[in-house]
Ligand binder design. Structure first.
Ligand code: SF4
Ligand code: SF4
Length: 183
C-alpha cells in the first residue's frame, strides 16, 4: 500500500480550525457545567471500587509446579503471539529430564502491554494467567517492567479475589488454589 501525504493546510486556515475547535470545546464545557440536569456518573475511588467482569485482564501471574518450580517451559509461544511484543524471555537448559528448558529471564513491560490476553490463550501449559490487579501505576518507567520473581508472586492486593482472564478450561488444580499464596 502506498501512503501519499496529505497536502499541507493553508496556514491562516489551520489557525481558524484550531480556534474553532477550542470554541466548540468551551461551549460544550459550559453547557455541561450550567445546564446539565442529570448528575455525572462517578465512583469515589479508592473508597468504592468498580466491579469488573470475572474475566478482567489485569497484571499477569505465572503458575508454579507442585514442587515450587516455575511451570513455564520457555517455549516462547506467549512472546511470539504478543501483539505488543512486550514479553522478553531468556531460556536456559533445565537439568530436569522431563523439562527441556526453563525461563532464566521472563519480563513483561506493562507500559507496552495492551492487556489483550493472547499470551494466556497461547500458552500450551496453562502457566500464564491474568489476575484482577488493576493498580499498576508506577513512579518511573523501569518499575513498569515486571520480572520473573514478581510474576511468580500472586499480587497481594487481589489475593482474596478469583483469577481474571485464564485459559479456556478455567480451573486451577486444587493444590494450586491452596498454594498460590504460599510462595
Ligand atoms: S496481554 Fe497481550 S499485550 Fe499483554 S503481554 Fe499478553 S499478549 Fe502481550
Ligand atoms: S507460552 Fe507458557 S510455557 Fe511458553 S514461554 Fe510463555 S508462559 Fe512459558
Amino acid at each position: 500500500m502506498i501512503i501519499t501525504p496529505r497536502p499541507k493546510t493553508f496556514f491562516p486556515l489551520s489557525i481558524f480550525i484550531y480556534i474553532k475547535g477550542h470554541i466548540i470545546t468551551i461551549i460544550h464545557f459550559l453547557r455541561n457545567l450550567i445546564f446539565r440536569k442529570q448528575p455525572v456518573a462517578k465512583i469515589p475511588y479508592p473508597e468504592i471500587r468498580r466491579q469488573y467482569s470475572e474475566n478482567f485482564r489485569g497484571r499477569h501471574w505465572l503458575r508454579r509446579r507442585q514442587d515450587g518450580s516455575v511451570a513455564c517451559v520457555a517455549c516462547f509461544m506467549c512472546s511470539t503471539n504478543c501483539p505488543a511484543q512486550c514479553i522478553y524471555i531468556k531460556a536456559s537448559e533445565n537439568l530436569n529430564l522431563y523439562q527441556e528448558k526453563y525461563p532464566l529471564v521472563f519480563e513483561i513491560d506493562l507500559l507496552r502491554c495492551v492487556f489483550c490476553g493472547y499470551c494466556v490463550d497461547a500458552c500450551p501449559c496453562n502457566v500464564i494467567y491474568m489476575t484482577r490487579d488493576d493498580e499498576l501505576a508506577t513512579f518511573d518507567r523501569a518499575s513498569s517492567i515486571i520480572t520473573l520473581k514478581e510474576l511468580l508472586e500472586f499480587p497481594e492486593r487481589v489475593k482474596d479475589k478469583p483469577l481474571g482472564w485464564k485459559p479456556f478450561d478455567g480451573d486451577l488444580p486444587e493444590w494450586e488454589k491452596i498454594k498460590r499464596f504460599k510462595y
